[in-house]
Design a protein around this ligand. Sequence first.
Ligand code: HEM
Length: 115
Amino acid sequence: MEIVENLLVLLHLLGMAAIVGSAVFVARGRPTPALLWGARAQIVTGLLLVGVVEMGDDPVNHAKIGVKLVVAIAVAACAEVAAGRARRGRGERPQLVHAAGGLAVLNAAVAVLWV
Ligand code: HEM
């Protein structure tokens, strides 16, 4: 089970890299497929990780997980709305892309600093 958990952590970190890399460092306000799929991947890999960690002996901090889930849904909502608007030609909303990147950084801080 440890290998599954480690692989999920790897995918989780790549998802974070896709969001933060795209929103903060590369796309400068444009919603990219990397942002969108990274945001979706964080929710899926995060929930799978909770399941795998629950199976082990280490305790799971449910308050922290709850906060991360709410923030991750906000990240995905910002990315989906920004991408949907761009797809329909309704103009770009760089603020939404920046919000997605900033919230992902917040979630990384919650993951690492909330012990
Ligand atoms: C934008 C969204 C997210 C970001 C940027 C993010 C970031 C991170 C980071 C950087 C870690 C590694 C922390 C460490 O190993 O010290 C981590 C671990 C973890 N995350 Fe997330 N996360 C996100 C969403 C979620 C969601 C939605 C859930 C669950 C509902 C979740 C559940 C977990 C769990 C259970 C771990 C611990 C894995 C382990 O130690 O085995 N994450 N996250």
